[in-house]
Design a protein around this ligand. Structure first.
Ligand SMILES: NC(=O)c1ccc[n+]([C@@H]2O[C@H](COP(=O)([O-])OP(=O)(O)OC[C@H]3O[C@@H](n4cnc5c(N)ncnc54)[C@H](O)[C@@H]3O)[C@@H](O)[C@H]2O)c1
Length: 248
């Protein structure tokens, strides 16, 4: 068990990639704070973890709201003690042509996808620094590496998280807390199924000829959450089936 006894928070754990990360971390012995705006989704995640013999609590919270994040962190600490691992996964990924993006849409996506990870990190980092050990893993996107049609606002948020991750990694490099990124390529989740993308046609364009599974993103997160990644910070594990092979 690679995360035995560690407390981990996974945001957006009520669906898709976040659920797979929460389940994998729990199988590795972590006590998981499974946070999501969608209370039903996160209750299902925790039920599955508990049935499999793992430990988790479901917390309904808007992970872009500082007061709700504080409350969610307090509930998680009360259940499991100090939080050592944070996965900033919650996000939205709409497709809107550039000139159709409204100011409200721009501000909403910046708040959820960029400000949310900032606020969650700000809430949880002090305890990690006190402990001299911590892991922050940010779920970015291969679209930050390659661009994505109809997603200027989305790609801008993920690019912001990329910069934030590297800046934090540098500022706290000697602290025992690491900051890394996992940018998924195209992964089979409810969000992807709702997107205007022909999945089968897209899969054929990928070197591996298939889209990814949420569990394959969780595997990369597990490495970055574990002791095995102790000398890795400010880095990217590109989980994309060979779609993008650059270094960023
Ligand atoms: N699926 C893909 O192909 C893909 C590709 C690249 C990046 N990603 C990223 O992976 C992450 C997860 O995506 P997914 O495909 O699993 O999506 P999903 O929609 O299946 O799951 C996202 C979860 O985040 C939650 N959420 C949204 N806003 C929230 C908020 N303000 N507070 C708390 N929870 C909130 C939703 O309720 C949902 O349960 C996102 O950050 C997404 O941008 C996904």
């Amino acid at each position: 068990m690679q995360l035995a006894g560690k407390t981990a928070v996974v945001t957006g754990a009520g669906s898709g990639i976040g659920r797979a990360i929460a389940e994998r971390f729990a199988r590795e012995g972590a006590n998981v704070g499974a946070w999501d705006l969608n209370g039903d989704g996160v209750a299902e995640t925790v039920e599955a973890i508990t049935k499999a013999g793992g430990k988790a609590i479901a917390v309904t919270a808007d992970c872009s709201d500082a007061a709700q994040i504080r409350d969610a962190a307090e509930q998680t600490r009360a259940a499991f003690g100090p939080i050592a691992i944070l996965v900033n996964n919650a996000g939205i990924a709409p497709f809107v042509p550039f000139f159709d993006i409204t100011d409200d849409q721009w501000e909403q996506i910046m708040r959820i996808n960029l400000k949310g990870p900032y606020l969650c990190t700000r809430e949880m980092l002090p305890a990690m620094l006190d402990a001299g050990w911590g892991r922050v893993i940010n779920i970015t996107s291969s679209s930050t590496q390659s661009g994505s049609n109809g997603q200027v606002h989305y790609v801008s948020t993920k690019g912001g998280v990329l910069g934030m991750t590297k800046a934090l990694a540098l500022e706290y490099a000697a602290s025992g807390v690491t900051f890394n990124m996992v940018p998924p390529g195209v992964v089979d989740t409810p969000a992807l199924r709702a997107a205007p993308v022909d999945m089968e046609a897209f899969a054929k364009t990928l070197p591996m000829k298939r889209i990814g599974r949420p569990e394959e993103i969780a595997g990369a997160c597990l490495f970055l959450a574990s002791e095995d990644s102790s000398y890795v910070t400010g880095q990217t594990i590109s989980t994309n089936g060979g779609r993008y092979m650059g270094s960023a």
